[in-house]
Design a protein around this ligand. Structure first.
Ligand code: SAM
Length: 226
């Protein structure tokens, strides 16, 4: 077991070095967070050997854990700081929430909303076995409407592709806050950094193409008929 951990740790170091050399990781803070969070504890048992390959992996129910370079890029853009309250939409495996928790702890919190109950359970278990459950709360629901009881948020991270920026999420973002969200169609999107200035003005900047699973909900895409 300890031997395994050592093998995974070395694989994680190589992955982080590669993401730095490719420019996805730009700060020491994000490098340290990605070095600490054991991605192999957030993927299905039979895929552990591929946990440190830079690729998305299936996590069941037709969903994926995002590729490490996408986690790095989104986290750099989000720039979570100690003490921040962060809303994530799309808990999936819980991995990205754990990386953000590393950056906001000890006083900050991550609230992550997942629409598929089985995946919310998967995320909860993964966060518990790695100790991140102290900083991350997993909720089941439609995250396109945000989570008003804990709003406003310093940061909002959306990890599924949206047709547009949900109005509820804009409302729940603090003045001076940032949101990172893929916006586009069902299969292909662009990564947007959305900033709300202190006087409430909204600024959007585009950061390249990406391909996320769709954000399905009241302020997202409609659920396909089965
Ligand atoms: N952040 C995740 C991780 O670290 O593993 C990866 C998320 S995966 C790419 C996108 C997730 O968004 C899926 O688990 C999907 O079920 C979820 N999702 C889609 N629409 C949603 C909605 N309206 N509210 C909450 N979760 C949603």
């Amino acid at each position: 077991m300890a031997e395994d951990d050592e093998v995974f740790r070395r694989a994680r170091e190589r992955l982080v070095e590669r993401l730095k050399s490719l420019g996805y990781i730009r700060s020491d803070r994000v490098a340290e967070a990605m070095l600490k969070v054991p991605r192999h504890e957030f993927v299905p048992e039979d895929l552990r050997d591929r946990a440190y390959v830079d690729s998305p992996l299936p996590i069941g129910k037709g969903q994926t854990i995002s590729a490490p370079h996408m986690v790095a890029l989104m986290t750099e853009l989000l720039d979570p700081r100690p003490g921040h309250r962060v809303l994530e939409v799309g808990a999936g495996s819980g991995y990205h929430a754990a990386v953000v928790a590393e950056l906001v702890k000890p006083d900050g919190r991550v609230i992550t909303v997942e629409r598929i109950p089985e995946l919310a359970d998967f995320a909860r278990n993964n966060l518990k076995k790695t100790g991140y459950d102290r900083f991350v709360k997993v909720l089941v629901g439609d995250g396109t409407k945000g989570y008003p009881p804990e709003a406003p948020y310093d940061r909002i991270l959306v990890t599924a592709g949206a047709p547009d920026v949900p109005e509820s999420l804009l409302e729940q973002l603090k003045p001076g806050g940032r949101m990172v969200i893929p916006v586009g169609d069902w299969h292909m999107q662009e990564l947007w950094l959305v900033e709300k200035t202190e006087d409430g003005e909204i600024r959007r900047r585009r950061h390249g193409g990406c391909a996320f699973v769709p954000l399905i909900g009241e302020e997202g895409f409609q659920e396909p008929e089965s």
